[in-house]
Design a protein around this ligand. Sequence first.
Ligand code: PLP
Length: 426
Amino acid sequence: MDLKQAHYETQCVQGGYAPENGEPRVMPIVQSTTYKYDKTDDVCKLFDLEADGHMYSRISNPTLAVLEEKIALLEGGVGAMMTSSGQAANMLAILNICKAGQHVLAMSNLYGGTHNLFGPTFKNFGIDVTFVDPSLSLEELKGYIQENTRAVFGETIGNPGVDVLDFEKAATLAHDAGIPLIVDSTFATPVLCRPFEHGADIVTHSTTKYFDGHATSVGGVIVDSGKFDWNNGKFPELTQPDETYHGVIYTEKFGAAAYITKVRVTLLRDLGSTMAPFNAFLTNLGLETLALRMKKHSENSLALAEYLENHPKVSWVKYPLLKSSKTYDLAQKYLPEGGSGIIAFGVKGGASAGKTFIDSVDLASLVIHVGDLRTHVLHPATSTHRQLSEEQQITCGVSPDLIRLSVGIENFEDIKADLEQALANV
Ligand code: PLP
């Protein structure tokens, strides 16, 4: 069966690995840093990018390759590259086409760690990032594009404000400027949204979250749609000779896979943010049940969001598929199969009441994490977004009283009972 034509449930289970006669049914872990060759000419060909094959596990590895193929299949891309973390994925996705003296336009409602990376850290690299309010009109947003802007960046569902990206607007903004739209789709996963179908050019994920789904392995991935035309003079790193590979021109030699090939053979080679084979094995195991889990996370979350919205001790609730959500129309358009597992809400009495609530949960746990099968709670203003000023926190969608609930796949009634008893303490 051509898995490209299969449904995502089948792709999650069967994608990437097709054993031959007598080979292991489960994807094996190739725990080897090196590979053996018959002749020096074989090695020369690898170093000149003239032959396919594994050179060294910092750059590629057969276990990771299976996972990369499965994720590219799920997203509908031409190729994917695993990274050691979601942070590394976002960093390399930008650095692959943006250097010192250049600029990125990012939506402001991003994960706090991405704010740190894109703000102070990229500034030290000489890359300037402007954070813009995603609710601005297209014309207003265009005012922030500069001659040296090399990408537009957003999250499918913002962390933790859970606003949904206006793909059409963001893609038009990017494409009118001749630059790609890069989307971190961690909270949605390809089960709920496939950004390439809505104009995104590059997708990233923190696989640490729903892909793994069991909180065992930090990881990330970059996926290339293969659709962006790099030949407009803005991306010489892809269209001009690379002397580190004897003058290879990525767009000429690798066509639609130019971006994803270059990020691997230059940035993974040089910066070494590589995923370990064992983490790839665990991430793949998690991915096999992603479709089932995302449906259950979404079902539990919508029911809990509605329950919280009607609770007398709750002051406000945000969930993409709540009718009261300010991006409800976008959620209906881009997340028709479910709104994922993250709810943001505030309890009456503000931050201190929120603290009492968090300290009172029993089934749910207080952890610095989202997107695994257990229910979790967190107070972003004092944790993931702690480093930002209160003003910056507000632009990221983090009010002082915001509680982030990562809804697990336990029984809905049990999660609700836990929230109920914790709210009774407030
Ligand atoms: N992107 C989003 C949306 C996230 O929520 C996170 C982590 O929480 C990251 C990226 C960073 O991923 P990692 O923790 O795997 O480095």
